[in-house]
Design a protein around this ligand. Structure first.
Ligand code: XMP
Length: 512
C-alpha cells in the first residue's frame, strides 16, 4: 500500500485518486497521526502532500522522522518537498505568498520518476506552486529538472529513493503527472496493481459496520446516482438497520420520483419512505429569487422534513449522505486564507446539532466516475448509473428568479425534449451533464401570423471529468436547430432558445 501524508493541501485527495487509478490501495492520514499510520500500514511507499503552511514558520507541520529512516521510497510534493528538505538538512527560504501557476520544467538528467514519460533535454508543462522555495538541497540530493523560477523543480536522491517536486503531479494541469505518480507507485515503490472497486466495496462495508455497529441509519435519497449508490452500499453492509427517505421537493425532472421509488422498493427491496413535500417547498420558495436564498431555503426545509421523518422512524443515530469529494472541496474554505463560498451545497454538512446524528458518508473520497464504477459493481442498472448528475436543489436552480409550479412544468417539458434529442443523436454518454434552463426574460417572436411574447429557454451541455472544471459541448448546429424547433413548437410559453457556450471556469455548470 501507499501512505499519503496530508499537510492540508486542497488537492491531496487527487493524489489518492491518481494512485487508485493505477490500481493501488492507499490511505490518506493527516501529518499529526501519520506516525501511527506508518507503523500500522507498513506502506511500500510514502507520498508527502502539499499544504498551505510555510516551513519557515515556527510550529509548521513536519513528517514523522520514521518515514525517512525506514528505507521506504518517498515522493514529496510542494510543501512536502520543503519539509523534507528542511528535515534532511537542506535550506528553505520563505518567499512570496503561495500561488498556483503554469510553468515548464526542463529535464536535466534521467530519473525513474519520469522514465518512459519525459526525456532529458525536453520541456514539459506542469502546475507549479510558487511561494517558499528550497535554496540548498540536503546531502545526497541532485537536481534533475528545473524551471525558470524553480531551480529545484525536481530534486532526487536516487540512492535512498527520495523524489521531490515543487510542482503538483496530481492535478490535471500537469498533463503527465498521473504517469509520474504511476512510475512512483509501480516502478519505484514496486506495488502490484491489484486494487479495484470490488476492493473499495469490501473496505467500505467493513468501515460502515465498524462505524454503525448495531445502530440505525437513515439515508436521504435525492433521486441521483450518488445517494442511490451510498444507500445500496450501506444496505449491503447493515441490511434492515437502514431506512431510506426520499424527500420529494417537487423540483425533480419528469418521471424521476417514480423511477427512484420503483428501483428501491421493487428492485432492491430496501425500506423506503416517500414523502411528498412539494407543497411545503414551493410555498416557502414563493417570492424567493436570490440564488443563495433559494439554496438555503431548500437545504433548510430538506433538513426539517428529514428530521420529522427521522423522528417518526425513531431511534436512528446515523444519517447517510452521498457526498462526493468535489462537494467537499468546493464547500470547504481554503485553510489559512480568506474563503469564498461559491455555492451552498444543500447535501453537505448542513446538519443541525439538534438532530444529534452522526454522518455516514461512504463516497466522500470518490469522484463521480468512481461512484459510477461502484454502482455497476453493486449491480445498479446501467441506465441509472449512467445518468447525468442532478443537483440537490433540483430544477429550482435552473429557473433564475422566482420558482413557480407553472415554470417548473414548462421547464420539465423543455428539458425532456432536449434530453430526448440528445439520446436520439447518441450523444447522452458523451456529455457530463445536459439540461434546459428557463430564463426570467420574455422576448418577442412571431408564430403563424401572430405576435408572441414568451420566455427564453437556454440549453446547457458540458463535458467534464469531475465537475470541477468543464467545457461546453460543441453540438452540431443542425442538432441545436432541431432541439430548438421542437421546444418552441411543443412547449407553450417558450418562443426562443439559446445555447450556453460558457466553460467552467469562469462559468459554473449550473446557472445558480
Ligand atoms: P457547479 O454549478 O457548481 O456544479 O459548477 C458542479 C456540479 O455539482 C452539481 N451541483 C450540486 N449537486 N447539490 C448537489 O448535490 C448541490 O447543491 C449542487 N449544486 C451543484 C452540479 O449539477 C454539477 O454537476
Amino acid at each position: 500500500s501507499i501512505l499519503i501524508i496530508d499537510f492540508g493541501s486542497q488537492v491531496t485527495q487527487l493524489i489518492a485518486r491518481r494512485v487508485r487509478e493505477v490500481g493501488v490501495y492507499c490511505e490518506i492520514h493527516p501529518f499529526q497521526s501519520a506516525a501511527a499510520a506508518f507503523e500500522r500500514m507498513k506502506p511500500k511507499g510514502v507520498i508527502l502532500s502539499g499544504g498551505p503552511a510555510s516551513v519557515t514558520e515556527p510550529g509548521s507541520p513536519r513528517a514523522p522522522e520514521a518515514v525517512f529512516e525506514a528505507g521506504v521510497p518517498i515522493l514529496a510534493i510542494c510543501y512536502g518537498q520543503q519539509t523534507l528538505a528542511t528535515q534532511l538538512g537542506g535550506t528553505v527560504e520563505g518567499g512570496h505568498p503561495a500561488e498556483f501557476g503554469r510553468a515548464d520544467v526542463e529535464i536535466k538528467q534521467a530519473s525513474p520518476l519520469f522514465e518512459g514519460v519525459w526525456e532529458v533535454g525536453g520541456r514539459y508543462p506542469v502546475w507549479m506552486s510558487h511561494g517558499d522555495r528550497v535554496t540548498r538541497l540536503p546531502p545526497g540530493f541532485e537536481v534533475v529538472g528545473t524551471s525558470e523560477n524553480a531551480p529545484f523543480a525536481i530534486a532526487v536522491d536516487e540512492t535512498r529513493h527520495f523524489y521531490t517536486t515543487m510542482f503538483h503531479p496530481e492535478v490535471v494541469h500537469t498533463p503527465d503527472g498521473g504517469k509520474l505518480l504511476k512510475n512512483f507507485v509501480q516502478k519505484i515503490a514496486g506495488v502490484e496493481p491489484d486494487w479495484t472497486m470490488a476492493g473499495y466495496r469490501r473496505e467500505m462495508i467493513g468501515k460502515i459496520r465498524a462505524q454503525v455497529g448495531s445502530g440505525k441509519v437513515i439515508c436521504g435519497l435525492s433521486g441521483g446516482v450518488d445517494s442511490a449508490v451510498a444507500a445500496v452500499l450501506i444496505h449491503e453492509a447493515i441490511g434492515e438497520q437502514l431506512t431510506c427517505v426520499f424527500v420529494d421537493h417537487g423540483l425533480m425532472r419528469a418521471g424521476e420520483a417514480d423511477e427512484v421509488v420503483g428501483l428501491f422498493r421493487n428492485h432492491y427491496n430496501i425500506p423506503l419512505v416517500h414523502v411528498d413535500a412539494s407543497e411545503l417547498f414551493l410555498g416557502e420558495l414563493a417570492g424567493v429569487s436570490d440564488p443563495e436564498a433559494k439554496r438555503k431555503t431548500i437545504g433548510r426545509l430538506f433538513i426539517d422534513v428529514f428530521e420529522a421523518e427521522a423522528k417518526k422512524i425513531g431511534g436512528a443515530q446515523f444519517l447517510a449522505q452521498g457526498t462526493l469529494y468535489p462537494d467537499v472541496i468546493e464547500s470547504v474554505s481554503f485553510s489559512g486564507g480568506p474563503s469564498v463560498t461559491i455555492k451552498s451545497h444543500h447535501n453537505v454538512g448542513g446538519l443541525p446539532a439538534r438532530m444529534n446524528m452522526q454522518l455516514v458518508e461512504p463516497l466522500r473520497e470518490l469522484f463521480k466516475d468512481e461512484v459510477r464504477a461502484l454502482g455497476r459493481e453493486l449491480g445498479l442498472p446501467e441506465a441509472f448509473v449512467g445518468r447525468h448528475p442532478f443537483p440537490g436543489p433540483g430544477l429550482a436552480i435552473r429557473i433564475p428568479g422566482e420558482v413557480t409550479r407553472d415554470k417548473l412544468d414548462t421547464l420539465r417539458q423543455a428539458d425532456t425534449i432536449y434530453l430526448d434529442e440528445i439520446r436520439k443523436a447518441g450523444l447522452y454518454d458523451k456529455i457530463w451533464q445536459a439540461f434546459a434552463v428557463l430564463l426570467p426574460v420574455r422576448t418577442v417572436g412571431v408564430m403563424g401570423d401572430g405576435r408572441t411574447y414568451d420566455a427564453v429557454c437556454a440549453l446547457r451541455a458540458v463535458t467534464s471529468v469531475d465537475g470541477m472544471t468543464a467545457d461546453f459541448f460543441p453540438f452540431d448546429m443542425n442538432f441545436l436547430g432541431r432541439a430548438a424547433t421542437r421546444i418552441i413548437n411543443e412547449v407553450k410559453g417558450i418562443n426562443r432558445v439559446v445555447y450556453d457556450v460558457t466553460s467552467k471556469p469562469p462559468g459554473t455548470i449550473e446557472w445558480e
